[in-house]
Design a protein around this ligand. Structure first.
Ligand code: NAP
Length: 357
């Protein structure tokens, strides 16, 4: 049972991030003091949305510098905090150097932040933003599971630096987090493992793959057709709420898989077409797997043949019952989140009007 005092500051690493923005918002709404750790304190445009939230809401924000790759850099930000939300980690669909761009910040960063928790006497709980990607690597992995749907008991055992490196980085980072947490008994660890997150950010100036993922439906990349790709979605506000409940529910513990619906690219495209008509080159038809296998990698280097083989046409299902039972989470339908997120992307000028037409 871990209780957090209402007047203790709360650290959020990677506060400029998409998911972190909504966690900070919830904390400020509750009147909390947030220690916002950001990579670059001088980047005013990255901080502007957080400063506006702090001006409008009851809580208080204090900014601190923190770099995942600089050992000890989270010390000042963590001082006096009882609760730490460790969200910072690159969320990229592609990288030419996944060891440098994904694995090192995810793994060293988790080590850096959690070792700092071991050195900071005030810390009682760390909530780690992990991912469904640490639960499974490819949709086909479900066939080897004894269950009908992916759940907290599952671990990704199929990703590597060469295949699904983002998922590999998240798996290494979460495994390291449990290892450090189990080496001591002053603070407890909870991991939040969301599926693909959708919904507008507190700002459109986001680096998250959630933006790139949605943009691919309208930038012409799939204008000739889309794969039969099943995917889980969750509203970013529900992901933030899951973090808050995990942080403040004394008896919470372990891993929480956070996913509202089991969906697909075809359903996403249908939602976008219904709300935005043919203003953008949304994909209309589902391509046979062999065509995606043959030509997909030429159109999108992220779509490797192995990725196509192990995901396209394979069933995805996630079981979120533990989050409902123990965090009392109720999930919003994601259609509204997808529509409002896409609108934010368009309004911010992230898509060129003639994209791919
Ligand atoms: P995001 O907007 O790109 O946020 C990533 C954050 O990490 C940014 O604040 C970024 O800071 C920070 N960061 C990256 N490298 C850093 C470094 N070397 N030092 C310090 N900070 C660094 O992505 P997001 O979607 O919110 O992702 C947040 C977390 O959720 C990640 O752990 C991600 O794996 C996880 N997640 C995301 C999804 C999803 O669908 N979006 C799903 C499951 C899990 P800068 O602003 O300085 O770049």
């Amino acid at each position: 049972m871990t209780e957090i005092d209402s007047d203790a500051p709360i650290l959020v690493t990677g506060a400029t991030g998409y998911i972190a923005g909504h966690i900070v918002k919830r904390l400020l709404e509750d009147g909390r003091t947030v220690h916002a750790a950001v990579r670059d304190l001088s980047n005013e445009s990255r901080l502007a949305a957080l400063k506006k939230l702090a001006a409008d809401l009851p809580g208080t924000i204090r900014f601190f510098a923190g770099d995942l790759l600089q050992d000890g850099s989270y010390g000042p930000a963590m001082q006096d905090c009882q609760l730490v939300f460790h969200t910072a980690s690159p969320c990229l669909l592609t990288s030419r150097n996944p060891q440098r761009d994904l694995v090192e910040p995810a793994l060293f960063g988790t080590r850096n932040v959690l070792n700092q928790a071991c050195r900071t006497g005030s810390v009682r709980r760390v909530v780690l933003t992990s991912s469904c990607a640490a639960i499974f690597g490819d949709n086909v992995d479900l066939k080897r599971s004894p269950r009908e749907a992916f759940a907290e008991e599952d671990w990704n055992t199929t990703s590597s630096l060469k295949h699904q490196p983002y998922a590999w980085s998240k798996t290494l980072a979460e495994r390291e987090a449990w290892c450090i947490a189990n080496s001591q008994d002053r603070w407890d660890l909870i991991s939040i493992n969301p599926s693909a997150v959708v919904g507008p950010g507190i700002s459109a100036q986001a680096t998250s793959a959630s933006f790139d993922g949605l943009e691919k439906f309208a930038n012409g990349a799939m204008k000739s057709g889309m794969p039969h790709y099943e995917i889980g979605y969750v509203d970013v506000r529900d992901v933030a709420e899951a973090h808050i409940r995990a942080g403040f529910t004394p008896e919470a513990g372990g891993r929480y898989l956070i996913c509202a619906v089991n969906s697909s690219f075809a359903e996403t495209a249908a939602v976008l077409r219904t709300h935005f008509g043919d203003a953008w080159p949304f994909p209309q038809r589902v391509l046979p797997k062999w065509i995606v296998w043959l030509f997909g990698p030429l159109v999108d280097p992220a779509l490797t043949r192995k990725l196509v083989w192990r995901n396209v046409g394979h069933r995805f299902a996630a079981d979120h019952s533990r989050s409902v039972r123990e965090l009392n989470l109720s999930y919003r339908p994601v259609e509204e989140a997808i529509v409002n997120h896409f609108r934010q992307i368009v309004d911010a000028g992230r898509l060129k009007p003639a994209a791919g037409r």
